[in-house]
Design a protein around this ligand. Structure first.
Ligand code: HH2
Length: 340
């Protein structure tokens, strides 16, 4: 039996080798080996049956969405200053048009945010954040857009107003740490919540962040936030975990996490990856403007898919959907099936 505090499945796609198990219920991504805490490759069949079941089981549906295929969360920022799309949606009509376009392009979920958390950003007052987000959500719902909506906020009052306006999910980049009222709110409303890893605050997080081992420290932090959430009465099946690319992390930290993403499946929750258009993509590819980082963002999204990530948070829905549809076919092991 393998004894290890953290178990990292070795994620693979395509032809299945002996002893292959689905990774987190994926029909495409599988594993037959794991890496233990000392970095040794071990056969998965030597895992404790409970751990093996946790790594292999399909995650609970999210607002009616089955998580056995990669789901796209389209980013809809109603801010004047987001790093890549700030000021794009100045009117409710523009918000609704963008929401409809994203759904038509293949978004499964829309994430509405009213406060930029880019490096160096300062806090937006609660009333202002509510005025940006709640009417936008109400307008999207009034227009008949029926996909699940998430509210990207660290503040309970903003989340409550968004849920009242028709949102279904809370996406808290602070992992319920910013506002003490957030965990009780999420528990009382019984809604799913995204808990993201971060280090520091948006204002200071990129001032020389340091870790001994970023991959395992993010794991331990997420585990701790999951325990905090369940102790507050939030059902573990309603928790989604996110390693927080770019939140208190250097380029090297981001890349280390992306290579080791499959480790986070050991926590037993769906995993969300938000790397779209982020600065490290521009640095690696030598591209300055955030809007020009689409191809690099798609490459990172496919890396996430190959590691069994269930939700990709992206600005460029059509491009990501197109790439995923090809990736699905290329990484399948059975007869080619095209879903249209
Ligand atoms: N990244 C951003 C905002 N919210 N939420 C989750 N769960 N994961 C992320 O990686 C994440 C997030 C930052 O990106 P963006 O919304 O495009 O920019 P800004 O914060 O400037 O509005």
């Amino acid at each position: 039996m393998i004894r290890s505090r953290r178990i990292r499945p070795v994620a693979r796609t395509g032809l299945r080798g002996p002893g292959a198990r689905p990774l987190a219920g994926s029909p495409r991504v599988w594993f037959s080996e794991v890496i233990d805490d000392s970095g040794l490759f071990r056969p998965a069949e030597r895992l404790d049956p409970e751990v093996l079941a946790r790594l292999s089981a399909r995650r609970a549906d999210l607002c009616g969405l089955r998580l056995d295929r990669v789901r796209i969360m389209g980013i809809l920022n109603v801010t004047p200053d987001s790093f890549s799309d700030g000021g794009d949606l100045p009117t409710p009509e523009a918000v609704v048009a963008r929401a409809r376009a994203m759904v038509a392009a293949g978004a499964d979920i829309l994430d509405i945010g009213g406060e930029s958390t880019r490096p160096g950003a300062t806090e937006v007052p609660v009333a202002e954040e509510i005025a940006r987000t709640a009417p936008a959500i109400a307008a999207i719902r009034a227009a008949g857009v029926s996909v699940p909506l998430s509210i990207d906020t660290r503040k309970a009052a903003v989340a409550a107003a968004a849920l009242d306006a028709g949102a279904d999910i809370v996406n808290d980049v602070s992992g319920l740490a910013f506002d003490r009222a957030m965990a009780p709110l999420v528990a009382a409303r019984g809604v799913p919540v995204v808990l993201m890893h971060h280090k520091g605050t948006p204002l200071t997080m990129q001032d020389d962040p340091r870790y001994d081992d970023v991959v395992t420290e993010v794991y331990d932090h997420l585990k701790q936030r999951l325990s905090f959430a369940t102790a507050a009465g939030i059902a573990p099946q309603r928790v989604i975990l996110d390693p927080g690319i770019g939140f208190g992390k250097t380029l090297q930290h981001n890349v280390s996490i992306l290579r080791a993403m499959a480790l986070y499946h050991d926590l037993g929750c769906p995993i969300l990856l938000g790397a779209s258009r982020k600065r490290f993509i521009g640095t690696i590819a030598g591209v300055d403007a955030a809007r020009d980082r689409v191809a690099g963002s798609v490459a990172v999204a496919l890396q996430g898919a190959a590691q069994g990530v269930q939700i990709l948070r992206v600005h460029d829905v059509a491009e990501t959907r197109q790439a995923l549809s090809l990736h699905d076919v290329m990484s399948g092991a059975d007869e080619i099936r095209v879903d249209r």
